[in-house]
Design a protein around this ligand. Structure first.
Ligand SMILES: [Zn+2]
Length: 279
């Protein structure tokens, strides 16, 4: 499932390859893939791609035409991909939108999504702000230390659900939450508001390090994630606990990686991520 690093890799490749290209045609195979703004689709014809940003796990394309800025937001969902035309797709019937461009070496961007959990949104500035305000909390890569600490203090509840709560911290899903907590030596069920300050700072630093390393490695190709140019993310090779049940703990503590009984998707080392508070 694409998370922040994968969405960032997509945004980076689109920035490198497609900025200032002109959108000349939008083909939509099924209209229900456009969640909002379908009636404005003709506006985009002739518009120039001026910016590409990432919000949480979504990729936002900013187009300019006649001094107006409008956006196409692509949610990657469980399995959504944005691919250049040169990349062969496994099941072409799942390409729901094709955006054709002039003025770039990549003449087409395909939105491929077999499970249709993700959607496209065509939004003006005001609608984009509303869209973002409803969905996304702070960004884990740009939030300051002070704001992150404040956010932990203000929140009750367990650490892992907090890290994955998009309206609090936008972009982290199950893979990276598992990796961050293991590297920070924290049990997923620890109370966020009760961590001492040095532990909170360690969590902050680990979160940024893991996400940045994953971006540098092209993300994690779990469930068929591919970058727009078709390359696989290599970070999967560096996962320490995600889907590593039964493997020896990478810290060589003598334990094996297990799963939490209550949450089958939480992978932990029972020794390195003790639930007890160490002081
Ligand atoms: Zn261990």
């Amino acid at each position: 499932m694409p998370e922040l690093p994968e969405a960032e890799v997509v945004a980076q490749q689109l920035r490198t390859n497609m900025l200032n290209a002109t959108l000349i045609h939008c083909w939509v195979g099924r209209m229900d893939i456009i969640r909002e703004g379908a009636e404005s689709i003709l506006w985009y014809r002739g518009a120039i791609l001026k910016q590409v940003q990432r919000l949480g796990k979504s990729v936002v394309l900013g187009f300019v035409r006649a001094n107006e800025l409008r956006y196409i937001v692509a949610e990657l969902g469980m399995t959504g991909l944005l691919l250049f035309r040169s990349v062969p797709v496994k099941h072409p019937q799942h390409v729901h939108v094709r955006l054709s461009f002039a003025g770039t070496e990549q003449p087409e961007l395909q939105y491929w999504n077999p499970r249709r959990f993700g959607r496209l949104w065509l939004l003006n500035e005001k609608r984009l702000n509303l869209y973002a305000a409803r969905r996304f909390g702070c960004d884990p890569l740009s939030v300051s230390r002070e704001d992150f600490l404040k956010l932990l203090h203000e929140r009750r509840g367990r650490l892992k659900p907090l890290l994955m709560h998009q309206q609090v911290i936008a972009g982290i899903g199950n893979i990276y939450a598992n990796e961050i907590l293991f590297r920070a030596g924290l049990h997923p069920n620890r109370e966020a508001g009760r961590l001492c300050e040095s532990t909170q700072l360690k969590l902050y630093d680990t979160m940024q390090i893991v996400l940045k390393e994953a971006i540098a490695d092209g993300g994690s190709s779990v469930r068929d994630f591919l970058a727009p140019d078709g390359t696989e993310g290599q970070y999967k090779r560096r996962h320490l606990v995600y889907a590593k049940e039964g493997h020896p703990c990478p810290n060589h503590c003598g334990q094996t990686i297990g799963r939490l009984h209550s949450e089958r998707s939480s992978f932990i080392c029972p020794r390195c991520q003790s639930k007890k508070v160490s002081r």
